[in-house]
Ligand binder design. Structure first.
Ligand code: KG4
Ligand code: ZN
Length: 391
């Protein structure tokens, strides 16, 4: 990355407008955000339907869909925000983590636009971006393109505890301030969203699994099936350093594991239909009754959500954050929101579910903070993708 400054800025920092571009998985998305808090537009084209019959995202199909959609999505985001290129102060683009082919389309498009329109370019970490969806507020005068979004009335305050739960990530992060954070824990294997998607496949529910398992769970008994919660003991050096700094004597881990839970669901299903562990999982759905499917969905959802909520409570007690936010596709889950409301002593002002799943608004919002804090811009001639980027 190069160290260009903000010489391109057309307005003041308070009215800066950033175009965010997101293409890390199967959503081609663009949005315009003003001042890191006002949502002016949010356009998402998803290729999800094309992947549904495969039960998960097919990288080649996702990349091709991005190529077809990206120009139109960006044009729509600008026109819905009533912006021309003259009004845009910077471009922010996801450069990792994600699927290589998918990231490449967004990054190459953003680089080209930054060169043609002479705008500063900010390289955004997708997972950090998810957290920043929570900084969009309803305080602005209603914008016609986004007036039906239900947004928090104020921005979260630091220190901030963030639970990031998506199809690719399950992480707990403690933010002291913008760009100053410690990763408390993360998954050792499957992300929680991935577990929802795999369990959906086991019981024969459509992709994406989060919403379909959630809907089926409403008909079931959440305590019908006994499922295990993984117990991990790993403490990262960063967590230990933070504990020393805040003089905490706690010794528990904030890491997650969901692959054992997913396997336990498969074993429970095989048992329900009177088969052993050698019975092929692809033949399980046709043998389960609707009641059994609903009970499996409800029991799995309860345990998976409890697993992350248990850790949020522990971190809340240990680090006393001013605000708690949840981010990523699984943050749209009504069950997660219900369990947190029941158990967490502080209320959470949740953002609109459309801003939990992948979108350009979260990328644009974090882009605004990069600009505000004078973070280095990316070189539009050189910015490369980072598929394995971590926090
Ligand atoms: O954040 P996201 O759109 O993409 C990634 O960065 O991974 O998250 C997608 C994940 C999928 O696993 C999907 O099943 C899950 O989020 N998801 C949900 C809901 N909506 C999407 N999980 C639970 N409840 C939902 N309503
Ligand atoms: Zn995501």
């Amino acid at each position: 990355m190069s160290g260009q400054t903000r010489s391109f800025l057309s307005g003041t920092l308070e009215t800066m407008k950033v175009l965010g571009i997101e293409s890390s998985c199967d959503e081609t998305a663009a949005a315009v955000v003003e001042d890191g808090s006002r949502l002016l537009s949010n356009v998402v084209a998803s290729s999800m339907e094309l992947h549904a019959k495969y039960g998960g995202v097919v990288p080649e199909i996702a990349a091709r869909s991005h190529i077809e959609a990206i120009t139109e999505v960006i044009d729509q985001a600008l026109s819905a925000a009533m912006c021309t290129w003259k009004d845009v102060d910077a471009i922010a683009v996801t450069y990792g983590a994600g699927l290589g082919g998918s990231l490449l389309i967004g990054v190459l498009t953003a680089r080209t636009l930054a060169i043609i329109h002479q705008k500063p370019l900010y390289a955004i970490n997708h997972v950090e971006g998810h957290v920043y969806a929570n900084f969009l507020t309803s305080k602005n005068e209603a914008n016609i393109a986004t007036s039906d979004y239900k947004l928090p009335s104020t921005q979260p305050q630091f220190p901030l505890l963030a639970l990031i739960v998506s199809g690719g990530h399950s992480q707990m992060v403690f933010f002291r301030d913008h760009f100053d954070y410690t990763l408390l824990g993360q998954t050792h294997d499957d992300a929680i969203g991935e577990a929802f998607d795999k369990v959906a496949k086991i019981v024969g529910l459509p992709y994406p699994g989060g919403p379909s398992v959630g809907r089926k769970a409403r008909e079931g008994n959440a305590t019908a099936i006994d499922l295990p919660k993984a117990k991990l003991t790993n403490i990262s050096p960063e967590l230990q350093a933070l504990r020393t700094q805040v003089q905490s004597t706690a010794t528990h881990s904030y890491d997650f594991s969901f692959s054992g839970l997913k396997t336990a669901v498969l074993r429970a299903c095989q048992q329900l239909i009177g088969e052993d562990h050698t019975f092929a999982s692809k033949n399980v759905p046709e043998r389960l009754t609707e009641v059994q499917k609903a009970n499996v969905a409800a029991s799995f959802q309860r345990v998976a959500v409890e697993t992350v909520v248990d850790k949020v409570l522990l971190a809340y007690q240990e680090f006393s954050p001013h605000s708690v936010v949840i981010a990523g596709g699984v943050a749209a889950s009504p069950e997660l929101r219900r369990q947190l409301a029941d158990r967490l002593p502080c209320p959470i002002d949740y953002t609109d579910p459309r801003l939990c799943t992948d979108n350009g608004a979260m990328i644009a919002t974090l882009g605004c903070f990069h600009m505000k804090f004078g973070r280095p811009t990316a070189d539009p001639y050189r910015l490369d993708i980072r598929p394995g980027l971590s926090m």
